[in-house]
Design a protein around this ligand. Structure first.
Ligand code: TRH
Length: 377
């Protein structure tokens, strides 16, 4: 029998909430033959990463997933076999009653935010609160054994490998975005929040003998880029040169295209949660702009990830990459650590591949969720 899943997503801000739940929904349908409804409260955010979405529809099918607008007046609907509340979102009370009224109690899980902190292992899979007799469980993504793993489609790494070995495919993909790769230039993608450290990084690239070509999808960091360039505003298609640095603004592309953009680049600056994971699957060195939280708790998450990620690196490569990440997340001068990262590029590139392979050898998050359900039954 087909297992029915309901995934609930409230878009707090940005694109991570919908980015993660949309990926998970598609994978459950495509690889685990589940029937999935994805309840989303903001279809406009969804439309940015999946332009096929029709924001006027209450219900629509996209890639085998039933996408439903999360209505203000909750309709009478039966609860599914498995219910996922993404990132601690609050389910409609009528839906919670529907869960409690089911003849067979559903499995109810909270899909949590990603963290490399050790406590995650101890909390993953534990019971959380109850609604009537319906028990909720914590499900934590993570990088280590004992966590729920990372979202990764079954064929992802093979598709990525083939693409990275196919110069013509990369050229044609970049061409479609209006990008012509300059011979010898480092190709860098930049997806970040506002960042005061950007000027020092761009300055370092502009004065470097090795040219850099930075691709910036439309988004929050563009204001800092425009300020550094000394221009009034920036829109997709804009291209500016300063010394050895070429800056090019790209449109915000659909999720699958964003993956390919990451696969093409020698270095990827990413942010939040989903692009951060996708950059790791690209197998290339990366820079993470972590989502800022109150009382700087995000800095502990940053350090926890660095502790794991940098294992096995030489002292100089570890210092270079950790230093750069800390500078970026503190909005500080990046010049010194950027130069060090460039000097360590070969080691960091090999390390990124090895990290990707190691993470790729673990069960992916969708498979882990399905297993959790089977074991719970
Ligand atoms: O948009 P984000 O900053 O989302 C954040 C984080 O998830 C954070 O943890 C959360 O608390 C906050 O939202 C509310 O970064 P993230 O997670 O990388 O999500 C971006 C999504 O956008 C990801 O799925 C990739 C996608 N994307 C595209 O589809 N096309 C693009 O051109 C780009 C740049 C991104």
């Amino acid at each position: 029998m087909t297992v029915r899943w309901d995934i609930f997503c409230t878009v707090v801000d940005n694109f991570g909430d919908i980015g993660v739940t949309w990926r998970l929904a598609r994978q459950l349908v495509a690889e685990h033959q589940c029937a999935v409804r994805l309840w989303v409260d903001d279809l406009r955010a969804f439309e940015r990463l999946c332009p096929d979405i029709d924001v006027s529809l209450r219900e629509q099918w996209q890639q085998g997933v039933q996408v439903c607008q999360w209505p203000k007046d909750w309709p009478a609907t039966e609860a599914a076999d498995v219910v996922i509340a993404a990132f601690a979102c609050q389910l409609p009370s009528a839906y919670m009653d529907a869960m409690a009224e089911r003849e067979v109690t559903p499995l109810w899980m909270n899909l949590d935010y990603l963290s490399a902190e050790d406590w995650v292992i101890g909390c993953h899979g534990l019971p959380s609160v109850k609604y009537k007799h319906v028990q909720k469980y914590f499900f934590f993504p993570g990088f280590q054994a004992g966590t729920g793993g990372l979202l990764r489609e079954a064929d992802l790494l093979e598709r990525r490998r083939q693409f990275q070995h196919d110069d013509a495919a990369q050229k044609s993909f970049l061409h479609g975005l209006g990008v012509v790769r300059e011979p010898g230039a480092r190709l860098i993608s930049l997806f970040a929040y506002e960042n005061a450290g950007l000027a020092s990084w761009f300055e370092a690239m502009a004065t470097d003998v090795c040219p850099s070509h930075v691709l910036v999808p439309e988004g929050r960091v563009l204001g800092d880029v425009a300020r550094w360039l000394g221009v009034d505003g920036l829109a997709p298609g804009a291209l500016h040169r300063r010394g050895g640095l070429t800056v090019q603004v790209l449109p915000f592309v659909r999720q699958d295209e964003y993956d390919r953009l990451l696969w093409c680049c020698d270095f990827n600056a990413v942010r939040g949660e989903d692009s951060f994971v996708r950059a790791q699957w690209a197998g290339r060195p990366l820079l993470w702009h972590i989502y800022q939280q109150e009382e700087d708790v995000h800095l502990e998450k940053l350090e926890a990830f660095l502790r794991l990620y940098t294992q096995g690196l030489s002292e100089s490569a570890e210092k270079a990459i950790s230093g750069l990440w800390r500078d970026w997340n503190a909005g500080q001068d990046m010049a010194e650590h950027w130069k060090a990262v460039c000097a360590e590029h070969l080691e960091l590139a090999e390390h990124a591949q090895a990290w990707c392979l190691e993470q790729g050898s673990r069960a992916d998050l969708a498979t882990a969720l399905v297993k959790f359900y089977r074991n719970w039954l």
